[in-house]
Design a protein around this ligand. Sequence first.
Ligand code: CAA
Length: 406
Amino acid sequence: MAFRGPECYVDMEDLARARGVPPEKFTQGIGQRQMAVVTPCEDTVTMATLAGREALDAFDIDPDEIGTLIVGTETGVDHSKPVAVYVHELLGLPATCRTFETKHACYGAMAGLTSASDWILAGRARGRKALIIASDIARYGVGTPGEPTQGAGAVAMVVSSKPRLFAFDTSIEGDYTRQVMDFWRPLYSKYAFADGHYSIQCYLDALEACWEDAVRTAGGSHEAFALSELDACFYHVPFSSMAKKAHHRHWEVELGRRVERDAPESGEIATSYRRLVEPWLSLNAVVGNIYTGSLFLCMVDYLRRISSEREGRPVSLFSYGSGCGAALSVAHVSDGASAFKEAVDPGEHLSGRRRLGIEEYEQITRAAESADQNEAGEADPSRWGLAGNLYYVGTVDHQRRYAHLG
Ligand code: CAA
């Protein structure tokens, strides 16, 4: 696994002050400290490529070993051409590697992950591995309620029959689909539309339905994924305090009844949250919502702090994509996973980011609106003070151009 995001961020206290909101609303109520911001030269393709390259390099995997590449994204760059095919070229993957994009809001990468695992289980991999990359830009727009829940980034994961980090238990799987208008982004809009409070309700209802389906697939018992047995619960994290609401509902579903936030039992829920969920939210709190990758960012956070005693322990994963589709899965930490804690840690990458003032963030946001049609104007890396080596550099003859610099 590997995470890579954009080169700039906004501090949530700066944003709160600029919007005339008490900073505690963003830092405690929403639970975010910083949010990653893309310049017009960074997009779903560049972030996916950087994360993919990091995953291959950190785990010493030859690009020729990859037989399937799937990019899960809400933030495609073309109505027809998949993000994945640009990434395929930029990573130098073999021509025999099947390559496609999956979309279902924040659930796209989980759908990719399960289809990669099915590809392996069906015997079609013939010894090869799959590369799944979740890459997204969460954009709600300046001054909207969703603004403090923006973010951007990519998580890359290599899936194989001999997993070095997590092994999925394919006998337990809870699925759920329902057509709801909680969050959507019409073809003509760069910005997402959300019925924010309703979306939280839809998320929690989907978690409950997935848990019930997972019990059915596990033969009528939740013993294999009881909260008391788990070492961590990873949830989709559109903003950090959503994970707290999710864990509360998870606990209620297991208990079989609702528990008011101020009831005596809520102390037990808080203890469980502090043990199973909160420790793995530190990356989400400084990156923001990365839609389909946000669940996996918690897993990266878990891995970078892992000790060998956690090897073999079960963990749960809940993916929620608005619209809506959701899944609950169980995995076990692989033996030897703790040897990779430094390899997966994106701490150095994150500490190299540049803090934007609010005026510059708003200027970047306006420039990003027209970057897709840009004949190398706004999409000039030197204009935004960028220091990396892979960028989107404009659209010429209706074709997106990417360049390696330096
Ligand atoms: N100090 C501390 N806390 C404060 C505070 C203060 N001064 N002022 C408010 N708060 C708390 C509130 O009590 C609230 O906490 P609880 O939910 O625990 O009660 C929290 O801060 C947020 O306050 P509001 O609900 O009043 O905030 P809001 O209405 O302005 O917006 C939001 C919140 C609805 C999440 C909005 O940011 C939004 O629409 N976000 C986008 C949609 C989203 O992320 N939905 C999540 C589920 S859907 C999904 O997961 C898919 C996806 O990725 C989009």
